[in-house]
Design a protein around this ligand. Structure first.
Ligand SMILES: [Zn+2]
Length: 484
């Protein structure tokens, strides 16, 4: 992928991009009450007096949210604050019945971290994280075009979010994409969120500005709100770069504003000016206690941290000898990693990798199923590859066994027995067959001896046919050479 076509055309300029990501945490209950945090099609089912904003109720903090925030902080190399606290951010909107959102404005739970990103050319770059804070989500307003009526669904009100704010270290669309992918993988590996962009559990707001490379101060920034795909974020960044540069070139002033991406017409539209920004009247929430993370607690969470994609990537290359490309594919999805590691735990040979990348992922792609639904489980794949490596079956038979197991879920060893796919491995048996073939095709042997190279291929093929496809082609070749 190109780094930035726009910046290639205008090499005098550079972009500074910072990204704010909202991650929806997959806790069982909401952040300050015991209402369910599960998705449902039924509106206003998961609500109570606390999340519906009744006066006089008291919020109680969900401990799991704090634990997830600490994990997210450790996973992004942040300093976890010993003390953090909640603030009220005041604004009026129908999907927020309390008229304020509980967030962490002044003392966030995590600060000063970084995420390593990997670019297409294999280089790595550090993107600094300014802060991670905990907050509650608002509900959803729904508008009917038909009747002109509006409805409010409060199921999402009071569900827990982490907001992860990067420094403006990102310089182009490729880096933005790499950052979001790296961050999403961290959250998925930690198990704190399913990070589904389409369903909105991983939402990115992109802050972008353009300046002359010689300029020390950042340009005026615009915010692109809630774009729900990597592709659209790249498109929007490229579009905005061009828009900013053209404005600067023609002497126009860039307005600080929030913009929306119109993916159909591939352009951004002004949503609201930041200059008439509301004053949120932040104040400490008096109903909630300070969050204190003791060093014991921090150690305890640290010990329970899983290995993350970045570390797995380097371990696979260093310890298991994967190429950068192979390690990248295997770690690009936590389901891939789990599958691969389970198969390697049973049969730790690199041949497992080739079968996983080519056959398992190929099959899953072709049939459009989830990897978890693939009937060739890691155990069964390991069995097939082991039988192949031990010369019990040949490559053609292994492919056939794979196909059958993928369709039926049968045990690979039983398939080999039922279908009579066991390879004829004994040299004596094969020698007999080879001798027969040679005496039956004396003219071909003569051709081979007079220097016709493809005569050899014919003889190998004929011997394979004589074994009913169950011979080991390598051994057959060796025996042929011996007798020719
Ligand atoms: Zn509730």
């Amino acid at each position: 992928m190109e780094k930035s076509l726009v910046l290639e055309r205008y090499p005098k300029y550079r972009m500074d991009i910072g990204i704010e990501v909202h991650v929806q945490l997959n806790t069982k209950s909401k952040i300050f009450c015991s209402c369910s945090n599960a998705l449902t099609d039924q509106q206003n089912q998961h609500i109570c007096q606390i999340c519906a904003g009744y006066p006089g109720v008291l919020p109680v903090l969900n401990q799991q949210v704090v634990e997830f925030a600490i994990m997210a902080g450790l996973g992004t190399n942040c300093t976890v604050s010993e003390i953090s606290e909640f603030d009220r951010k005041h604004y009026f909107y129908p999907d927020l019945p309390k008229n304020y959102q509980i967030t962490q404005n002044y003392f966030p739970i995590c600060k000063n971290g970084y995420v390593m990103i990997r670019l297409e050319d294999g280089t790595e770059k550090k993107i600094r994280i300014n802060r991670i804070h905990i907050e509650e989500d608002a509900g959803k307003n729904m508008h009917s075009d038909l009747t002109g009526e509006s409805y409010v669904d409060l199921n999402r009100t009071g569900t827990p979010l982490l907001e992860i704010v990067s420094e403006p270290d990102i310089e182009n669309a490729e880096e933005a994409k790499a950052y979001l992918k790296a961050l999403r993988l961290i959250m998925q590996y930690l198990g704190v969120s399913d990070c589904n962009m389409e369903e909105g559990s991983f939402r990115a707001d992109t802050n972008l500005s353009v300046r002359l490379r010689t300029n020390q101060t950042l340009g005026t920034r615009c915010e692109l709100k809630n774009i729900n795909s990597f592709k659209f974020i790249s498109d929007a960044i490229e579009y905005e770069a061009e828009r900013h540069i053209q404005a600067i070139e023609s002497g126009e002033r860039i307005r600080q504003e929030t913009r929306l991406w119109d993916s159909k017409n591939r352009k951004s539209i002004s949503m609201r000016s930041k200059e008439d920004l509301a004053d949120y009247r932040y104040c400490t929430d008096p109903d909630l206690a300070l969050i204190r993370v003791t060093s014991e607690k921090l150690q305890q969470v640290k010990h329970g941290m899983p290995e993350l994609a970045y570390d797995k990537y380097h371990r696979y290359i260093r310890v298991w000898g994967l190429s950068a490309y192979e390690a990248d594919v295997v770690t690009s999805d936590i389901a891939f990693t789990k599958y691969f590691e389970s198969a390697m735990a049973i049969y730790p040979k690199k041949s497992v990798l080739n079968w996983f990348l080519r056959d398992v992922l190929g099959y899953v792609n072709d049939t459009k199923i989830e990897l978890a639904a693939c009937l060739v489980t890691p155990e069964k794949l390991a069995q097939i590859v082991k039988m192949l490596d031990e010369n019990l079956i040949n490559n053609t038979a292994a492919k056939e066994v794979f196909e059958i197991v993928a369709k039926t879920g049968q045990n690979p060893e039983h398939v080999v027995q039922d279908k009579g796919l066991k390879q004829i491995g004994s040299v004596e048996e094969l020698e007999k067959i080879v001798k027969n073939v040679l005496s039956e095709h004396a003219s071909v042997v003569a051709e081979y001896k007079s220097g016709k190279q493809n005569a050899f291929g014919f003889l190998v093929g004929t011997c394979m046919k004589a074994t009913g496809g169950k011979g080991n082609p390598k051994i057959i070749q060796e025996i042929l050479k011996k007798h020719l």
